[in-house]
Design a protein. Structure first.
Lengths: 805, 568
């Protein structure tokens, strides 16, 4: 008994877990069958089911727009019709025109049917007018019952009324039915004492804050400019001026060395002109630089400058006192100093300008940031004061919440009474607009009341009553939209018929003219394109999709069931109309699956054959390097295969120039690259060979068969089951590969299924969940079935110590 | 018959050898040095296997070896080589190619101050009323002599497109001309008529300017150098008024001998010299630099050069790289370890429940629970990302977080913590069926007698699990856990498709993201051009990955005795 109960519990837990775990699968299936756009829906599942997503992906219908494009291709005799004969073209043209007409007729019939259904719904509403309106009244009454009408004491009540009036939440005419305005006036004094100054203060503070914020922002903008300038100049100093100064320092040091040693044994002719003057100029620059104040960040730089200054002074000193101005050394000194001056004077002059500019920037920067600091502090203070005032005010208002609630409950009660009175006079569907406005007004005053209700549950309950009245709005919109749609669309189809007639008449002429080399685009067709491509979605489809949505909503919202069938029929018909007329994107799913099957199939067969061959000696023969062969194969597979693509990408683009089918962006190239993953299943095949008794081969070899023959005729046929398994396994592995395909393939129609599905989940398709999930399911169903049927081998292969986990 | 087959075989082998050697040489000539060497090694090995009787077993492996050498070994060698270079955006071509480019590409030309300018008129063949790109160019020199541009000879091609072409001027009298008031209005050659179409001086043809510029002038003529009788080179260049003019041009760079300091020695060698400034270009870190007027270095073009171990060193020393790299490295280990832990914990729990033979329908449960494994991983990941973890539309945010829990939406893709949670949830979902299956297999191999004996000795269920089940289970499952760790360590598809490695880690110089693992980081470095590709660095990291994973697996093989199995 106990055991049984526990089993039962286990089952429940297991089922719950399985449901949670498989939820993604359930979601994919249900989403792929949804007719609405699941990404934007508020419901997890929908009852509006269709297989349109699958149709669009697998058997795309040639709808109106596609037929028109086809006709254009026929009449201008372009691809894919450029090679067809005149008769073929005309007959194809006739067929297309006929289908266009069929579509037009189908549409007309659908509209007729929809009109009928619409009339049925109108009739239904008319028949049940009283009952529907009663349900509105009932809900309004339920709201009325839940109202809290406890009267607070007068002082609070009238103070509250004053606050409401001053804040503009209610107007005098709203409350003069319930309260004596004179008494309200009497309490104005008390309001002044309690609230007026506070309210004024708050307003003042708000203004102050705004002014200050503006000021801070403009200052910050200015500061940013200086910040930029500062970073610019400091980078110049670091990267170019500082190194130069270092070289100056070196030069000066060299010069000093020369000046310090005055061994004048060799004489030379020395021509000295104005070098000293120039050098003094440099000294001037350096002194000027020395005066510039810099931030601590540049202490190294300042040191460098003062050092340079010192050095230069020393040089000048020694220079003036140099005793032997006729020696070769002095000549050398002069030639160095001349070059130095040449190098340094321009540079230093620029540096002086830059540094002056820099100190300006720094000064302004500091000043500005001070200003900002001051302003920010002020702002913070104001904000703080504002907050305290606001809190004070709110506290005072909060004391009055009971009184407020009372006031609004009175107003709401009165509104409910007048609502019921109004509604009683209406009949549906004639007065739906009036009904809608009445409901809307009731909703507004309920929301006013709910502001002062604290009890969340009560709030929820009251809102729920209001929501039960939503059908009035939905129905009003439904009616308005459908009538507009029906009128517009009939005109639209009529015009379309005229265009088609025109095209039909001129078509054969255009074809024969195109055959003779004079290609024209039929004017009617040219004009028809924008009608379908932009007029239809803008004028018709917008109303159509709204009607669809409203009819689905009405099924849930209408308090009396019974119109469900008609609404559903309408929804269905409208959906079909949209499918006929709307512009549909072209999908390549079939192409992608074909590509995947070709690639995966070829790769599977080739790698399995190569593997079957290579695994044989490992199983049957003893040779040097047998152990290390397998070991290195296993190790090589550890190398991140993605990186192969750096090398192979270049190779493929190169080889593609000589052998186009192996190039980049071709399936051939992809297959070629996939063949690199050969070693994965060798181990599995070798394991199977091991189980085949070698006595068979020995017998054959005694009969004179060669090694090769025993392999080809005996081992391989015996191993065919495992080869089949390996083929399927590597087929699945290749089918599921994404990364390499993504790198190699670029054109949409060359994608494999994996890359294609990926495009369905990004960019414009990100929210097209219907298409995405349908495409995912199409790809995953066969793979799941294959996997489940191959379970045994997979598990065996994986647990056998193979590397793939 | 046998003899005949043998002869055919030898001939085929000879042909194969000849073809392969030719291919290898061809590849060598085109700059695929590693591949060419691979080819040679392959040919030698294959011939050795065929001629040497002792190596008979290897003959079976020849097809596998060909594929392995070209598609696996060569890329590995290439990657190892690349790891020591700066190959990547800005350093795509070899030095020779870059020099060629600088010497020939029309981009690197200039119009000298004393440039000659010739007038020209364009004549175009018409197809019906539509002009075609078949044209003739009439050139009128400054002395008023008329010439027609001859056929364009392509001087240098790159990637199938003409980089530079040359054409001579031919005397106008060699063509049939139609003149009206002395002005040529049509040129006839081989029965084709070229009508007067455009001239920048003629305002009547201004209508045709757009066609000329976009179809003929810019794409074709600006790449052609016309050599006049004096040897001047002329080409189409935009002038200040926006029209194309035929001006004499000079190449900006030329080869010249110069004395340069290299490794502290003065060396005389060929260098590129700027034709305007006459200064030689500087070569540094695999890049050519020119100097602008103020003496600043301006990089012109980079080439692939060896950088030694820079790529490896910068992983550890460059703070903008080593910081995120450490994060990625740690997360990579955490991710793999947690994936194994979660999948194993859940898988084992299910296995323990399903191992009860009294439980009805357990094969149904097993099959259902295996489905997450059966669905191709990339499909599952896309479903999870698109339907479940999408921040705005995803049903986890929309129905559970906003709906039931009434909380703010969780930022699955932009908050590093939640992105990591998402990645782990999906990976656990994908991986637990494997662990379940494996554990089930292992559990079934534990003999029941052990439990019977334990229960007789009075062991509780808890005790018998920890003392009997778990130790015995671990002996078979432990190597698989390590294997699973190694697999998850490189589980690229999951990360890449779910979060793309995002959200990005701030303050780094490489495209590192919070959920990136080493392999996805490598992929982004190498293939996502957002911040420029860096093959060298990516290769360095992939070598690191190889050593980590190979190390783990090697230990694993030792434990599980896979190598001994080979010897059986």
């Amino acid at each position: 008994m106990i055991v049984k109960r526990r089993n039962w519990l286990t089952h429940i837990i297991l089922i719950a877990l399985v449901v949670i775990i498989l939820f993604p699968v359930v979601w994919v299936i249900s989403t792929s069958l949804r007719r609405d756009n699941a990404a934007f829906s508020t419901k997890l599942f929908s009852s509006r089911v269709s297989i349109q997503n699958y149709k669009d992906l697998l058997f795309p219908e040639q709808n109106v727009l596609r037929l028109m494009k086809d006709i254009e291709a026929i009449t201008t005799n372009t691809m894919p019709y450029s090679e067809k004969s005149f008769e073929e073209l005309v007959s194809k043209f006739d067929r297309d025109i006929k289908r266009l007409k069929d579509y037009s007729n189908e549409t007309k019939m659908l509209i007729e049917k929809t009109d009928e259904e619409y009339q049925t719904i109108q009739g239904f509403i008319e028949d049940n007018s009283e009952e529907l309106l009663n349900s509105l009244k009932e809900n309004a009454g339920l709201i009325g019952e839940k109202l809290d009408v406890k009267k607070p004491d007068d002082s609070k009540l009238y103070l509250a009324l004053n606050v409401l009036l001053k804040e503009g939440i209610v107007k005098e005419k709203d409350i003069d039915d319930f309260f004596d305005l004179q008494i309200v006036k009497d309490y104005e004094e008390e309001w002044k004492n309690n609230f007026e100054t506070l309210a004024l203060n708050i307003e003042n503070k708000q203004q102050n804050i705004k002014v200050l914020e503006d000021e801070v922002n403009s200052l910050k903008k200015e500061l940013e400019e200086y910040q930029k300038e500062y970073t610019r100049i400091s980078s110049i100093i670091r990267s170019s001026i500082l190194p130069q100064f270092e070289s100056f320092e070196k030069s000066l040091n060299t010069v000093l060395d020369i000046l310090n040693s005055n061994d004048g044994s060799v004489r030379a002719i020395v021509s000295e002109s104005n070098e000293k003057l120039e050098f003094e100029k440099i000294l001037g620059y350096l002194e000027e630089l020395n005066k510039v104040k810099l931030t601590d960040e540049f202490s190294e730089f300042s040191e460098k400058i003062s050092n340079l200054n010192k050095l230069a002074n020393e040089v000048l000193n020694l220079w003036e006192n140099y005793p032997e101005k006729y020696t070769s050394k002095y000549a050398d000194f002069l030639s160095i100093i001349r070059l130095f001056i040449l190098k340094a004077s321009k540079q230093l002059k620029e540096s002086v300008d830059l540094m002056n500019n820099f100190s300006n920037v720094v000064e302004n920067y500091l000043e500005l940031s001070n200003l900002i600091n001051v302003a920010t502090k002020k702002l913070e203070k104001e904000k703080l004061e504002y907050e305290t005032l606001k809190v004070k005010y709110d506290e005072k208002v909060a004391e009055l919440v009971d009184a407020n609630r009372y006031v609004f409950s009175l107003i709401l009660k009165d509104d409910i009474l007048s609502f019921n009175e109004k509604i009683s006079k209406y009949t549906l569907p004639k007065d739906i607009n009036k009904t809608y406005f009445a409901v809307k007004a009731l909703g507004r005053s309920l929301n006013d009341y709910l502001v002062y209700v604290d009890d969340e549950n009560l709030k929820k309950e009251l809102r729920a009553y209001l929501r039960k009245m939503d059908w009035a709005e939905t129905y009003k919109n439904f009616k308005k939209r459908y009538e507009r749609f029906s009128k517009d669309f009939k005109v639209f189809v009529e015009e379309f018929d005229n265009y088609v007639k025109n095209i039909e008449e001129i078509g054969p002429n255009a074809i024969s003219s195109a055959k003779n080399g004079i290609k024209i685009r039929i004017t009617a067709l040219v004009q028809l394109f924008p009608k379908i491509q932009s007029d239809y979605p803008a004028k018709i489809a917008s109303n159509l999709s709204l009607v669809s949505k409203y009819s689905a909503d009405l099924i849930d919202q209408l308090p009396i069931k019974g119109a469900k069938e008609s609404l559903k029929m309408m929804d269905k018909n409208l959906f079909r109309i949209d499918q006929i007329w709307k512009e549909k994107t072209e999908h390549h799913l079939i192409r992608w699956i074909m590509n995947s099957v070709i690639v995966a199939g070829l790769v599977a067969v080739i790698t399995t054959l190569v593997n079957a061959l290579a695994a044989y000696p490992f199983s049957r023969m003893r040779f040097k390097g047998r152990k290390y062969g397998i070991m290195s194969l296993l190790l090589i597979q550890m190398f991140p295969a993605i990186m192969y693509m750096v090398a192979l990408y270049g190779f493929l683009s190169f080889i593609g120039r000589y052998i186009p089918i192996l190039g980049l962006n071709t399936l051939g190239g992809l297959i070629f690259v996939y063949l690199g993953g050969i070693a994965f299943n060798m181990y599995l095949i070798k394991g199977f060979y091991d189980t085949i008794p070698s006595s068979l081969e020995e017998a054959a070899m005694i009969d004179g068969a060669t090694r090769w023959q025993t392999f080809w005729r005996i081992v391989l046929p015996l191993a065919s089951p495992i080869l089949a398994v390996v083929i399927i396994l590597s087929f699945m592995g290749t089918f599921n590969e994404f990364v390499l395909a993504r790198i190699i393939l670029q054109d949409v129609d060359k994608y494999t299924y994996a890359v294609g599905l990926w495009t369905f989940s990004t960019g414009p398709f990100e929210t097209e969940w219907g298409l995405f999930s349908a495409a995912a399911l199409i790809g995953m169903a066969p793979m799941v079935i294959l996997f489940l049927s191959m379970q045994k081998y997979l598990v065996g292969g994986l647990t056998k110590g193979s590397v793939k986990g | 018959m046998k003899k005949f087959l043998k002869i055919v075989g030898w001939i085929l082998l000879a042909l194969f050898n000849a073809f392969s050697v030719w291919g290898a040489l061809f590849l060598f000539q085109k700059g695929f040095y590693e591949l060419s060497v691979t080819f040679f090694v392959l040919i030698v090995l294959i011939d050795y296997f065929i001629f040497n009787r002792k190596s008979y077993p290897f003959r079976y492996m020849i097809p596998a070896m060909i594929l392995l050498f070209i598609l696996v070994l060569y890329p590995i060698i290439f990657t190892i080589k690349t790891a020591f270079t700066n190959y990547g955006t800005g350093h795509i071509m070899t030095r020779q190619e870059v020099v060629d480019r600088l010497l020939t590409d029309p981009v690197y030309t200039y119009v000298p101050k004393d440039a000659k300018e010739y007038k020209y008129e364009v004549f175009v063949r018409f197809d019906g009323i539509e002009p075609t790109e078949d044209f003739k160019l009439l050139v009128i020199t400054q002395n008023g002599e008329e010439y027609v541009m001859g056929d364009i000879k392509s001087v240098r091609m790159q990637a199938g497109q003409m980089l530079l072409g040359e054409a001579d001027l031919e005397d106008v009298s060699t063509y049939d001309l139609i003149r009206e008031d002395g002005k040529i209005i049509a040129i006839i050659e081989d029965g084709k008529t070229y009508n007067y179409f455009y001239s920048p001086e003629d305002p009547d043809t201004a209508l045709n300017e757009v066609f000329f510029k976009s179809k003929i002038g810019f794409p074709i003529l600006s790449k052609v150098e016309i050599i006049d009788l004096e040897g001047n080179r002329l080409s189409m260049r935009f002038s200040d008024d926006g029209t194309l003019r035929l001006k004499s041009i000079r190449h900006l760079y030329r080869l010249s001998l110069a004395e340069v300091i290299e490794k502290g020695k003065n060396v005389i060698k060929t260098v590129l010299v700027n034709d305007i400034t006459n200064k030689p270009l500087l070569e540094e870190n695999g890049t050519f630099y020119d100097f602008d007027e103020s003496g600043e270095k301006v990089p012109i073009m980079g080439y692939i050069s060896y950088v030694g171990s820079t790529n490896f060193v910068k992983i550890f020393t460059d703070p903008t790289i080593s910081g995120p790299f450490t994060k990625i490295f740690l997360w990579n280990f955490t991710y793999a370890a947690l994936s194994v832990l979660f999948t194993f914990a859940i898988g084992l729990s299910f296995a323990l429940v399903l191992n009860n033979s009294a439980l009805k329908g357990r094969s149904v449960y097993r099959t259902l629970l295996i489905i997450p494994w059966a669905i191709p991983a990339f499909i599952s990941v896309l479903i999870w990302r698109n339907g479940f973890f999408n921040e705005t539309y995803g049903i986890i945010n929309k129905f559970i977080v906003n709906g039931i829990l009434n909380k703010e939406s969780i930022q699955w893709m932009t908050n590093p913590f939640w992105a990591k949670v998402a990645v782990l949830v999906v990976n656990t979902w994908l991986g637990f069926p494997y662990m379940m299956t494996v554990s089930l297999g292992a559990l079934q191999s534990i003999p029941d007698e052990l439990y019977e004996a334990a229960s007789i000795d009075g062991a509780s269920r808890y005790q018998s699990f920890w003392k009997i089940t778990f130790p015995l289970l671990m002996t078979t499952v432990a190597p698989l856990l390590v294997g699973s760790f190694a697999f998850n360590f490189n589980n690229f598809v999951n990360i890449y498709l779910l979060t793309g490695g995002g959200p990005a880690i701030p303050n780094t110089s490489t495209p590192a993201g919070a959920t990136d693992i080493l392999i996805s980081y490598t992929y982004k470095l190498a293939f996502e051009a957002g911040r420029g590709q860096d093959f060298g660095f990516a290769s360095a990291i992939s070598i690191l990955i190889f050593f980590i994973v190979a190390g783990i697996s090697f230990v694993n093989f030792r434990i599980s005795g896979s190598f001994e199995e080979v010897n059986r």
